[in-house]
Write a new protein. Structure first.
Length: 484
């Protein structure tokens, strides 16, 4: 042993550690003490093995291990370690990126009604698969099928873990070992891992590409249909747009062709919705009911994109196909939890009340916030930022553009307002946008913005908890100085 470190026992005996033991138990605290002591031992042995090569007088004892840390300083270290370890890895943050449905930041946030229903589903037993009236076993899908039928006009509906799973299951159930015809212009990749040709392969369906990247005609589908064809499929080009000399076949015509050949028309909408967003001045996105009335037999869409609910893959359509999809063994593997069901039911219920929809459903509330409201919010925040940051920084309110996100209407932006912060012209080079971004991310509730042209932009569209946000701003200057 290179150093005479205090014993685990000596540290554990201090009142601070005993308080921690009361909160977290003996095992957890002793592990933190052991790990802290081990780190010091490692430091001490590296210091010994490099003696002569470092000038230890310029380094602090903790860094070189050249002095034995005292109990008090070890106690502080252990307490810090324990605090860090009990902090959940997944925690809240402020999304000021301007992207409302940010996949990396958890996509849709849920309505209060959904949060409450999820909490109840977690706390108490529920009738997830139980018919309270008859006392018999029920179906998990029953929780939401009725609402989905009402909201979309479909004959039947089922739910899986996400839309990627929905597409996989639909193809596996309806097209395994047979062919599915898709336009070359729709062979989309979503966020790296989800690519239509790969999903086809996983479902053991054979992809038959028709047309070209920019133009696909009805005759292309016609000539691809054979006795091996299981379905015609359309995939919504969620995250890209092909412009210029383009042609695609109207859904109605693809549906007709499918039905004339006795096969289903499958439509993957990506982030479908139940309401036409153009009614709120937002870009038109596919409406599930419209896709069904245009002739689709099976429609798949995400729960946590524009719908504003939990992560889920919703499958609606003709009963004969939904029944077949339900019976596929993969369905059991891809089924959703009771938490998802609880959140989904509350989310769907919000759509039954169109008058209060943009108030109650956060995704639509944030997307429809008015520019004057956003400007007023930014102006209210401005003095707090000016106070928190010294004259090294220039802070102003600036117009910016929000995005829906999650590959929804990728070329459309929504006018919004941002706090813009950049180093003053004569500021030292250490005052950079990236240093400021680092400091903002180190706040107790991390603030995630965007940097562009040497400035940090904090789009206020998704900021609702103004008091909690303002309260932590005074910490920024210390974070900028010390990083702590
Ligand atoms: C987003 C998307 C998916 C995947 O949906 P997840 O719910 O993220 O799994 C599939 N298809 C399309 C067209 C999409 O836009």
């Amino acid at each position: 042993m290179p150093t005479n470190l205090p014993s685990v026992h000596a540290i554990l005996g201090t009142p601070e550690m005993q308080n921690l033991v009361a909160d977290h138990g003996h095992t957890f605290v002793v592990e933190a003490i052991r790990d802290t002591l081990a780190a010091h031992r490692r430091l001490a042995s590296t210091a010994l093995s490099t003696v002569g090569s470092v000038d230890s007088s310029t380094e602090s004892p903790a860094e070189t291990g050249s002095a034995v840390p005292r109990v008090a300083s070890l106690v502080a270290e252990v307490a810090h370690t324990v605090r860090q370890r009990v902090n959940p890895r997944m925690r809240r943050l402020f999304n000021l990126t301007g992207t409302v449905l940010h996949t990396n930041l958890g996509r849709a946030i849920l309505s209060e009604a959904a949060v409450e229903q999820v909490a109840n589903a977690m706390r108490y037993p529920s009738n997830l698969e139980f018919d309270v009236e008859s006392g018999r076993r029920g179906e998990r899908d029953d929780v939401v099928e009725g609402l989905l039928i009402e909201l979309t006009g479909a004959e039947a509906a089922t739910v899986v873990n996400n839309n990627a799973a929905a597409v996989l299951l639909v193809l596996g159930a309806l097209a395994a070992r047979r062919e599915v015809v898709v336009s070359r212009g729709e062979l989309v990749e979503i966020g790296g891992a989800f690519r239509i040709p790969d999903v086809m392969r996983s479902a053991q369906a054979k992809l038959v590409e028709v047309g070209t990247t920019n133009r696909t005609h009805k005759r292309d589908y016609e000539s691809a249909i054979s006795p091996r064809t299981a379905a015609l499929m359309k995939v919504h080009a969620s995250n890209y747009e092909i412009k210029g000399f383009v042609a695609s076949v109207p859904e109605g015509e693809i549906a007709e062709l499918a039905h004339a050949n006795g096969i289903p028309f499958i439509h993957d909408l990506g982030g479908g919705n139940f309401v036409d967003l153009s009614a709120y001045g937002l870009p038109k996105e596919p409406v599930v009911r419209e896709a069904l009335s245009a002739g689709a037999d099976v429609v798949t869409f995400s729960g946590d994109k524009l719908l504003g609910g939990p992560q889920a893959g919703l499958i609606v359509g003709k009963r004969q196909y939904i029944d077949k999809i339900r019976q596929h063994p993969l369905k059991r593997a891809l089924r959703v939890s009771k938490l998802t069901m609880a959140a989904l039911e509350a989310t769907l219920m919000a759509y039954k009340k169109p008058e209060t929809l943009t108030r109650d459903l956060p995704t639509l509330r944030l997307l429809t916030r008015s520019l004057p409201d956003l400007a007023a919010l930014a102006e209210r925040l401005l003095p707090h930022f000016r106070q928190a940051l010294n004259e090294v920084w220039q802070v102003s309110v600036d117009a910016c553009e929000s995005q829906i996100g999650s590959g929804t209407s990728p070329t459309v932006t929504i006018p919004s307002m941002a706090i813009r912060i950049m180093p003053a012209a004569d500021a030292a080079r250490s005052a950079s946008a990236s240093r400021l971004s680092d400091a903002l991310r180190k706040l107790p509730v991390p603030v995630i913005g965007k940097t562009s042209g040497g400035a940090v932009y904090l789009d206020v569209r998704c900021l609702e908890d103004e008091a909690a946000f303002v309260e932590q701003l005074p910490r920024i200057s210390a974070l900028l100085k010390t990083g702590k």
